[in-house]
Design a protein around this ligand. Sequence first.
Ligand code: PMP
Length: 428
Amino acid sequence: MTVSQRLFEQAQFSIAGGVNSPVRAFGSVGGSPVFFERGEGPYLYDADGRRYIDYVNTWGPAVLGHARQEVVEAVQQAAAKGLSFGAPTEIEIRMAELLKELVPSLELVRMVNSGTEATMSALRVARGYTGRDKILKFEGCYHGHADPLLVKAGSGALTLGVPSSAGVPAAATADTLTAVYNDLDSVREAFNELGDQIAAVIVEPVAGNMNCIPPAPGFLEGLRALCDQYGSVLIFDEVMSGFRAALGGAQARYNVKPDLTCLGKVVGGGMPVGAFGGRREIMEQLAPLGPVYQAGTLSGNPLAMAAGLTTLQLLSEPGVFEALESRTHKLAEGLRMAAAKAGVSVVVNEVGSMFGLFFTNEVTVSSYRQVVASDTDAFKRFFHAMLEAGVYLAPSAFEAGFVSTAHDAEAIDYTLAAAEKAFSALNG
Ligand code: PMP
C-alpha cells in the first residue's frame, strides 16, 4: 500500500468522502487519489516522494507554476504584518486598479473569496439592477455550487452524473433557464418566450467545465446582441478563462464586452479569492451605495491580495503570456501528433493556456453533446497510464487542462514522450 492509499483510507474516517471537493476523489477514473506534499514549478511531489508534471495546476490558479518565489515571498511579507483586518487596506486598491487595467470592462470591482461567491453575487446584483428574477445558463457550464446555478452543471456535477444536486429546493432553481452552449437558436427561443423576465445570461465564454470548448464564431456576439435587445445583463464567468484564455480573458480574445465579469482562480494566485465587477451603474447597486447586499469577513484579505497581485504582475510582464500560449500550443500539437502516430483518434482543443483532450472520432468538438459522447473509458486508461508515467492530468474526462509558465521544454517533451506510450498502450 502506498502512503497516498493509506492517507486516503484514513481521510475517509474524518472527511466526507476523504476529500474536500468531490472530483479530487478519482470517482470517475477509479483508483485512489494521490496525496501531495509539495509543488515546485511544473512539478508536484506526492506523499510517497514521486514526482509528477502537473496539468491541473490547482484547477487553474497556478499559472506561474507552484511555489513561485516572488509570490511566496509576497505572502510571507504580508503574513508578517497580520493575517486579516476586516477593514480596508491599500493593496486592495492596487489589486482593483490592476484588474481594471487588464480587464477594461471592469469599471468597479468587488473582491470575494471564491468563484462560487463571485457568480452568486454577480447574479444578485444583476437581478437587483434589472428588477427581474430569471437567469439563463448553459448545459455543461459550471458556475460554482450556489443553489440557483446547480442546474445542468458541468465539472464535478457532470463527472458524477448528477446534473442537479439533492438538497436544492425546487424554488431555488425555478427561475433558472438553460440553453445549449454554442447554439444561439436555443438562446433565442428562451428570449422569445421570456425575454422581458430574464435578468441575466451567465456563460463561461470559454467553457472549461465540460472539458475545454471554445465559443463558436458569433456565439458570444449573439449573446451580447440578445442581452442588449432585451435589457438583460450579460455575465461572463471568467473564473477559469480569466488571465488564461488571454491576459485580458476571453472577452479580450473574442472582443465581446460583458456587463459583468466573474473572476477567481488565477486572480488569487493559489489563495482563496474571487472577484466580480463590471459596469459602474450596475455595481453601484451594491451596499453601501445601493440596495443589493453583498459582504465578506475575509474579502480582500491581505495575504490573498499579495499572492494574487504578485501573480498578475508577473503574468502581465511583456512576452510572458505569449510564451505561455506558445507552450500550450506545442503541447496540444504534440498530443495530436502522438495520438496520430499511435493510431488513436483524438481532438485536442486549446485556448490560450487551457487545453482539452477528447477521445472521439469527431473532427472537432464544440458541443456538450459531443463531450458526453466521447470515450470516457479510453480517457480513464490514458489517465492512469500518464499518472503511472509521472504526469498528473485532471482525474476526469470533463475537466480542462492548464499549462503554467513553469512548464518548460523539458516538462513538455517529457509529457509528450509519456503520451505517445500511453496512446500506443490504448491500442495494445
Ligand atoms: N465558475 C467557473 C467557470 C469555474 O470553473 C469554477 C470552479 N471550477 C467556479 C465558478 C467556482 O469557483 P470556486 O470553486 O472557487 O468556488
